[in-house]
Ligand binder design. Structure first.
Ligand code: C2E
Ligand code: CA
Ligand code: CA
Ligand code: CA
Length: 278
């Protein structure tokens, strides 16, 4: 038994060392990725189905590592959020986004680009300053940029967040509540932060046409949004049935594979030509 214990202990020490090593090397890889500007924006269309026109897009991060292909944000965003590397990455993404989207003449047609930020970024205006500078220097109007902040993570300083959100709104930049209905804040966030736009999570959209009880949650979120006169964008729309149900319930701003997957700028520019601007 003694030897088994010692052996187990050794295995554990090795395992811990290995996981430390992996963390260390991920940190270095990300650091190098930032230096080599390997983080690139993909764009997913958001469509207004009432007029079949383009409302705008959501920018979604991808990591293009040399010789490795694309890495999904699920694999690095949780880490870089903790390490703080999300800040230079967001700057890099916004810089590329305003340069690329600036080529689309959206200055005239007023489409909106939604950028994901973490709660920390809304609790300290300084963390957004360099991004805001890039936005103000671009060919886009500030009102064409929106930030999406997820409800899945807690805000530590709601009072500060509400001030920052107000400040952004004064500059014309809207803040949307992402993954609405899935996390902590819910309706109290919406009121305390004075949020006027909801992104309804895929988790609810995928219950359309099923007997899942969450379908009644979808209906309540929509009812709430309409009562409170909020803008609502449904995400994860994959089928015509889902799109139609949402439209019939007044949610005409929709995003999902049914309309288009996240894509690199060249494909997105092509997509934009095939659909009327709003
Ligand atoms: P999210 O903000 O909820 O973004 C929507 C995710 O759903 C995207 O995954 C998108 O590709 C996927 N999606 C869109 N339509 C459909 C659909 O019809 N069906 C299905 N099955 N999936 C759909 P993606 O691009 O892998 O991003 C994952 C998450 O990573 C995002 O979830 C967001 O929370 C985070 N993320 C991505 N880019 C950034 C970023 O620049 N900053 C931060 N802080 N987070 C980011
Ligand atoms: Ca989002
Ligand atoms: Ca979302
Ligand atoms: Ca989501």
């Amino acid at each position: 038994l003694f030897f088994v214990g010692v052996a187990l202990g050794l295995v554990m020490i090795v395992a811990i060392r290995l996981s430390e090593f992996r963390k260390l090397s991920l940190h270095t890889l990300v650091e190098r990725g930032i230096q080599n500007r390997e983080f690139i924006p993909y764009y997913q269309p958001i469509v207004d189905v009432s007029s079949n026109s383009l409302y705008g897009c959501e920018m979604l991060a991808r990591w293009k590592r040399r010789g490795q292909g694309l890495i999904s944000p699920m694999e690095f965003i949780p880490y870089v959020e903790k390490s703080g590397q999300i800040l230079p990455i967001t700057d890099q993404l916004i810089e590329k986004t305003v340069a690329e989207i600036g080529k689309l003449n959206w200055g005239e047609t007023q489409q909106v680009i939604s950028v994901n930020v973490v709660p920390d970024q809304l609790e300290q205006l300084e963390t957004l300053e360099s991004s805001l500078k890039l936005i103000h220097q671009s060919r886009l109007q500030p009102s064409q940029i929106a930030f999406e902040v997820t409800e899945r993570k807690r805000f530590t300083n709601l009072a500060m967040a509400s001030q920052v959100i107000e400040m952004l709104r004064c500059q014309g930049i809207d803040v949307k509540l992402d993954d609405a209905g899935t996390g902590y804040g819910g309706f109290s966030y919406i009121q305390q932060l004075n949020i006027r736009s909801l992104k309804i999570d895929k988790m609810f959209v995928e219950t359309i046409g099923t007997t899942d009880l969450k379908l009644s949650l979808l209906d309540s979120i929509i009812a709430f949004g309409r009562k409170a006169n909020m803008e609502m964008i449904a995400e994860g729309v994959e089928t015509q049935e889902q799109s139609q149900y949402l439209a019939e319930h007044g949610v005409t701003l929709q995003q999902g594979f049914y309309f288009g997957r996240p894509m690199p700028f060249r494909d997105f520019a092509y997509y934009c030509k095939s659909i009327v601007s709003r």
